[in-house]
Design a protein around this ligand. Structure first.
Ligand SMILES: NC(=O)c1ccc[n+]([C@@H]2O[C@H](COP(=O)([O-])OP(=O)(O)OC[C@H]3O[C@@H](n4cnc5c(N)ncnc54)[C@H](OP(=O)(O)O)[C@@H]3O)[C@@H](O)[C@H]2O)c1
Length: 487
């Protein structure tokens, strides 16, 4: 179930897509019984009454007896759920449980710093109080902290205990969705951005619109992006919209991953379709897989993992995405193409251009890296400054220069951009980079990085589902980009 966290009374109508409303009394001023009753009625859906003290991440700063008193009042007024912290006086918790009538009592434990090693002991201690729900929410300092919380959810399910558990923080964001698949009972969302009551909390719109929270269940297949960072990616919007369009029971998540091998080893045992892989894991991930396909092996990087009968197979869709975006605008055979950059993306694009029989030159800030790549592809190379002396038909930026937030930068100065050339920028945020803006003024044919992303995502979707991403979904993605990306 999805609970909307209400921190301001005027937001109650905005909780309409949630199953529950959590009334955070510690945010609401001058609360009394009449006002509480009124509020509970206004919510028009089951209500969780919560009144957090400061040490539990809340704003209540009055007397502890008074705080517990409001929870007792909520019981008497017939609140559907009351949340009381495990750190409260145990007699008060027992009294609430004893006098609960139809109200369900959630006994909650929070650690805003870490995921403690003795998480099972905490669970056992709360279990002894016999509440309706055991809530354990910790901060993930590493992706691996989530695994302990997931294991705890499984243990509680086996014992037929109702549990609410997930991790806070950037490393724990995905657990707010995944925990529901594993059997956690409630996940929480803010009404809007900047109204989060805890770190890593997503909005109702993100939970419902972007992550299909209302459609997932224990059979939902898991797929998503592995990287660090991953926040900037919007691929989840596209893939989840496609799962909606085809009515596929799957969800695409964003996994901020620090401990890669541990992540792969944990997830390979789960109901996964595969993963997309981004910086900095595209090369390292190859060591964690069962098989690498020929193209990814030759490129030397994996950006897509497909789970085939329990075996993890590494592929590369960056090459396909870039070449398809280029071919939609220009012929490649015998054209003179400059690739700026010598990282993973430059490598995938150079590989594709070579296959298409373009004449390529690799230019990079660090010339030795350009040389290494040029040796591999048997082509010319140089530093970025060499561009002014080279004639070319196609200019490709495969560096990260110009990427959000550094949107004022271009990898090369305006006088190096040839009038009328084809200019492709792999950077996809912003939608139109500084390089593309300058190129457009020079009458060039410009290709934004989003086109590569879309074609790459289409191939990933086919690899994972054996189906083609519908055009309507791709268009929606472009509209989202155009609307949101800074121009
Ligand atoms: N559109 C898509 O679908 C798509 C797919 C994949 C990647 N991308 C984008 O492609 C870009 C490159 O990704 P990657 O995976 O190849 O990264 P990477 O392996 O880390 O390589 C980064 C490249 O950028 C160069 N670079 C970084 N900062 C620079 C600076 N200040 N001045 C000049 N050169 C600089 C590096 O040069 P040095 O060798 O000198 O460090 C290197 O060649 C990223 O923006 C990424 O988002 C787009």
């Amino acid at each position: 179930m999805l609970a909307a966290v209400i921190t301001e009374l005027k937001d109650i109508p905005k909780a309409k897509d949630a199953d529950l409303a959590e009334l955070r009394l510690d945010y609401i001023k001058n609360i009394n019984n009449a006002k509480l009753k009124n509020l509970m009625q206004n919510c028009r859906k089951p209500v969780i009454v919560t009144n957090r003290k400061k040490s539990e991440g809340g704003f209540f700063n009055g007397n502890e007896n008074k705080r517990i008193e409001t929870l007792k009042n909520a019981l008497e007024l017939g609140a559907d759920y009351v949340d009381v912290e495990y750190s409260s006086d145990k007699k008060s918790i027992r009294d609430l449980i004893h006098n609960k009538r139809k109200t369900k009592i959630i006994v909650s434990y929070h650690d805003f710093e870490k995921t403690p090693g003795d998480i099972n002991k905490i669970y056992v201690r709360i279990k002894k109080l016999n509440p309706d729900f055991i809530k354990i929410v910790t901060n993930a300092r590493s992706v691996a902290d989530n695994f302990r919380i997931f294991d705890l959810i499984r243990k509680a399910n086996k014992e037929k205990r109702k549990i609410i558990a997930f991790c806070m923080g950037d490393y724990g964001k995905f657990s707010r969705i995944l925990s529901i698949i594993f059997g956690s009972q409630i996940t929480y969302a803010s009404i809007s951005k900047r109204k989060e009551s805890a770190s890593g909390q997503l909005t109702i719109n993100e939970m419902v619109g972007h992550y299909r929270i209302k459609k997932i269940n224990k059979n939902t297949k898991i797929v998503g992006l592995i990287g660090n960072p991953v926040e900037h990616s919007w691929s989840h919007i596209m893939h989840n919209a496609a799962f909606d369009a085809f009515d596929i029971n799957a969800v695409y998540l964003k996994f901020r991953v620090d401990r890669l091998k541990e992540f792969i080893d944990y997830f390979r045992k789960l109901n996964i379709m595969g993963f997309a892989v981004t910086v900095p894991h595209k090369i390292k991930v190859m060591e964690c897989l069962d098989e690498i396909d020929r193209q990814a092996k030759e490129i030397g990087a994996v950006n897509t993992i497909v789970s085939k009968n329990g075996r993890l197979v590494g592929c590369n869709t960056d090459c396909h995405g870039a070449i398809r975006a280029l071919k939609a605008k220009t012929r490649l055979k015998n054209k003179n193409a400059i690739v700026l950059g010598a990282g993973g993306t430059a490598r995938a694009i150079a590989y594709g251009l070579k296959e298409e029989k373009s004449n390529i030159i690799i230019l990079n800030r660090t010339a030795e890296k350009a040389k290494k790549l040029a040796d591999y592809f048997n082509c010319d190379y140089g530093s970025l400054e060499h561009l002014k002396n080279i004639d070319y038909d196609i200019l490709i930026n495969a560096t990260s220069v110009g990427m959000h937030p550094n949107i004022g930068s271009s990898p090369v100065p305006p006088d190096c951009i040839k009038n009328g050339a084809v200019v492709f920028d792999a950077v996809f945020n912003p939608y139109k980079t500084k390089l593309l803006k300058i190129a457009e003024k020079k009458g060039c044919t410009v290709i934004p990085g989003i086109e590569m992303l879309i074609y790459g995502n289409m191939m990933q979707f086919r690899l994972w589902t054996n189906r083609d991403l519908p055009e309507s979904v791709m268009k929606k993605m472009i509209v989202v980009y155009a609307k949101n990306a800074s121009n």
